[in-house]
Design a binder for this molecule. Structure first.
Ligand SMILES: Nc1ncnc2c1ncn2[C@@H]1O[C@H](COP(=O)(O)OP(=O)(O)O)[C@@H](O)[C@H]1O
Ligand SMILES: [Mg+2]
Length: 426
């Protein structure tokens, strides 16, 4: 066995001596206490997060209409209203009322139905690139102590009832600008489903088709088919194309994103816009014929604007790889004959509906909408109206003029049609 050298023995004994030095001992004690405190802290926070996972339920709400219901409900809660940072909002049902809604970052515990619930409101702009288009992402997180999230569900149900009772249902309308951003244009009141009239079962067909589609995400996914549906509404102006889209979006509680091809927009701006569409929405392209028809004639837009979206840019936006999933595309046009066949081939446009001059049942129902109960007069009115190439929009204007008397509305109809130079159907 090798004996330690004299130098090694000296080093060991001086280290031992050093360790017996009271100041070093104190130092070591402090390090030891610090380390055990830190370990305890980490252990506690680990236990806290584990327990939180078990006892603390968190529900994130980030989509319409639940977010709207909750905002409406929170606006009635005292401590929420008393938040320092609030935004004034006009309530939709009653346009004269202004309510305060908590702004981004507000965090409140609210005692409700014998439970403490924590509400955190968050709003932020998200953007894929610096200076790129932005989308507002809003969310509300509701947390509570307990094993079940049932109390949150109860609050949501309550909020929905409140929202309904305040008649606040509305449709959010966004408009794309030439930089590729979606800006909230307005919040329109819901258009009731029974306030417009289409011939035969067209309305029900449209609603069933859209509902079926929205409920078939898995079906599409299993078959590898892109989850998209396109509708082309075409025909003469004033026949209810835009109205149908608004009413359908209202009925399905979907926001409407309007794309104006006449804007000074290029393909990459359009692609940006598509990237920022939410997964379930109505994408409305009004007058889809305008951009291409006018450019092919004189290389520029008739109105002097310089939209430079190309047909292939638009096709990519509709069904390219980056095209959004889950959206209902509605394209409207008064001139279906001007559309490139590539634009409306199946897969891009799945359903085509023609809107024509008014038919008997439409005229009758429109009249009854103005004068409920006047059945015989409604039939007389429809008998005459349906013989002419008159649109629902023209008849609506006429019925507004005659709204005081259903009898004179029927009596004066023929002379009004002659005055308006409306021709008879072929
Ligand atoms: N089929 C319809 N049923 C009830 N109202 C209609 C109908 N079609 C049009 N209208 C009314 O006429 C006006 C214009 O309709 P709109 O939907 O803008 O027509 P389009 O988009 O076909 O040009 C709206 O105020 C709407 O209320
Ligand atoms: Mg229209």
């Amino acid at each position: 066995m090798q004996r330690p050298t004299a130098a090694a023995t000296t080093a060991t004994s001086s280290t031992l001596r050093l360790l017996q030095h009271p100041q070093i001992i104190d130092g070591l004690r402090i390090i030891l206490i610090g380390a055990s405190l830190e370990t305890t802290r980490r252990l506690c926070s680990w236990i806290y997060y584990k327990l939180q996972g078990i006892f603390y339920k968190t529900v994130r709400i980030d989509s319409a209409p639940i977010l709207d219901w909750m905002d409406c409900w929170l606006a009635t809660q005292k401590s929420w209203k008393e938040a320092h940072d609030v935004t004034a909002v006009a309530t939709q049902g009653d346009k004269d009322t202004v309510e305060f809604s908590a702004s981004s970052g507000v965090d409140r515990w609210i005692y409700h139905n014998n439970k403490w619930l924590r509400f955190v409101r968050d709003k932020r702009d998200i953007s894929a690139a610096f200076n790129g288009p932005t989308l507002k992402e809003e969310s509300l997180t509701v947390s509570l102590l307990g094993f079940s999230a049932e109390p949150v569900k109860r609050v949501i149900r309550e909020a929905k009832e409140l929202y309904k009772s305040k008649n606040m249902y509305s449709t959010e309308v966004y408009l794309g600008d030439q930089y590729g951003n979606w800006n909230k244009l307005t919040t329109k009141s819901h258009r009731p489903w029974n306030s417009f009239f289409l011939p035969g079962d067209t309305k029900q067909y449209l609603l069933n088709d859209a509902r079926d589609f929205l409920n078939s995400e898995d079906w599409f996914a299993h078959r590898g088919i892109p989850f998209r549906r396109g509708y082309l509404l075409y025909g003469i102006p004033g026949t209810g194309k835009s109205t149908s889209v608004h009413a359908l979006a209202s009925e399905l509680n979907l926001p409407i994103y309007i794309l104006l091809l006449s804007l000074n927009l290029d393909d990459s701006g359009l692609a940006d816009m598509m990237r920022f569409l939410p997964s379930k929405c109505v994408l409305l392209i009004e007058d889809i014929d305008v951009a291409f028809k006018s450019r092919s004639e004189n290389g520029n837009d008739q109105n002097g604007s310089e939209s430079s979206v190309t047909l292939s840019g638009l096709l990519n936006a509709i069904d390219g790889l980056a095209a959004p999933e889950g959206r209902l595309l509605f394209a409207t046009t008064n001139h279906v004959e001007h559309l490139d066949p590539a634009l409306i081939r199946p897969g891009r446009i799945d359903v085509r509906i023609e809107f024509k001059a008014i038919e008997y049942s439409q005229a009758r129902d429109l009249f009854s909408n103005f004068h409920p109960g006047a059945t015989t007069l409604a039939e007389e009115f429809a008998d005459v109206a349906s013989k002419y190439k008159v649109t629902p929009s023209q008849l609506q204007a006429y019925l507004l003029l005659q709204k005081e008397s259903p009898e004179s509305a029927v009596k004066n109809m023929s002379s009004w049609l002659t005055d308006e130079k409306v021709s008879l159907k072929a």
